[in-house]
Design a protein around this ligand. Structure first.
Ligand code: HEC
Length: 211
C-alpha cells in the first residue's frame, strides 16, 4: 500500500484513525484523536510572531527563542507541545494557549521541570464505568448526557466521550501526574529554549541574569 501520508492532510488522517478506533470500540461513543495544527508555526505569513534568534538569559543558562518555537511546533514528534497547547490559536486544545504567558523564561523553566498540581480550569479526572472500565484524562467540554475527557495516557491525546449513564464514579486527581511536563522526552537545553520562546523577554530583563 502506498503511504497515504502524502495524499491526506492531518485532519483527514485524524478522522480515519478516529473511525478505526470507533469500529473497535464496541459501539461506544466515538473517540477522536486530537491533532494539533501541524501545518503552520509562528513566523508564517498569517502570524505576527517572529521568535528571535538572539539568546535570552534563562537563569544561568541561555536559550534561543527561535529554536524553542521549532521544538514547540515540531510536526515530526508525537509529544511536541502543540499536540496539547496552542500558541496564538495554532495547535491542540488540551492545555492553555501559551502566547500570552506573563512569566519570565526562568519562571516557565521552573514550572516545566517541577512536578506541579493540576491547574484550575484543567481538571484531571479518573472516571470509573459500570462495566469496570476506567478513563483517566483532562476534562473537556461536557453536557448533561455526555462527559468528554482528553485521554493523555498516550500521545497524541485522544478525546473520549462517555454517556453519563455509563459512569459509576468520578474522582478528581490533584496532581499533574497524568501529563507531567518533566517526563516529556526533552533535553534540559530543549526546555531552556522553549522557556526562552514562551517567556516575556522584558520580564526576563528584570528577573534574569547573564552568565
Ligand atoms: C499531554 C498534554 C500536554 C503536553 C504534551 C504539554 N502540556 Fe503544557 N500543560 C498541559 C495542561 C493541561 C496544562 C494546564 C494545567 C496545568 O498547568 O497543570 C499545561 C500547562 C502548561 C504551562 C503553564 C501555563 C500557565 O498558565 O501557567 C506551561 C508553561 C506549559 N504547559 C508548557 C508546555 C511546553 C513548553 C510543552 C512542550 C515541552 C508542553 N507544555 C506540553 C498539557 C500539556
Amino acid at each position: 500500500m502506498p503511504p497515504f501520508r502524502d495524499d491526506l492532510d492531518a485532519k483527514s488522517r485524524a478522522e480515519i484513525i478516529a473511525y478505526v478506533l470507533w469500529l473497535s470500540s464496541d459501539g461506544r461513543l466515538p473517540d477522536t484523536i486530537v491533532a494539533g495544527d501541524t501545518t503552520e508555526g509562528p513566523g508564517t505569513s498569517s502570524s505576527a510572531v517572529n521568535p528571535s534568534a538572539q539568546p535570552v538569559a534563562v537563569g544561568r543558562g541561555s536559550g534561543i527563542p527561535a529554536r524553542g518555537a521549532v521544538l514547540f511546533f515540531d510536526a515530526t514528534k508525537l509529544y511536541s507541545c502543540r499536540i496539547c497547547h496552542s500558541y496564538g490559536g495554532k495547535g491542540g486544545p488540551v492545555g492553555p494557549d501559551l502566547i500570552d504567558m506573563e512569566k519570565t523564561p526562568l519562571q516557565i523553566y521552573g514550572g516545566l521541570i517541577q512536578a506541579g498540581r493540576s491547574a484550575p480550569g484543567f481538571p484531571a479526572l479518573s472516571v470509573t464505568l459500570h462495566d469496570g472500565g476506567r478513563i483517566v484524562g483532562i476534562q473537556s467540554e461536557s453536557t448533561d448526557d455526555v462527559l468528554r475527557v482528553f485521554d493523555v495516557s498516550s500521545l497524541p491525546p485522544v478525546k473520549r466521550s462517555v454517556r453519563r449513564s455509563e459512569i459509576a464514579h468520578i474522582a478528581a486527581i490533584s496532581d499533574r501526574g497524568i501529563y507531567e511536563h518533566a517526563t516529556l522526552p526533552f533535553s534540559k537545553q530543549d526546555l531552556i529554549d522553549l522557556s526562552a520562546f514562551l517567556g516575556k523577554q522584558s520580564a526576563a530583563a528584570r528577573g534574569g541574569s547573564h552568565r
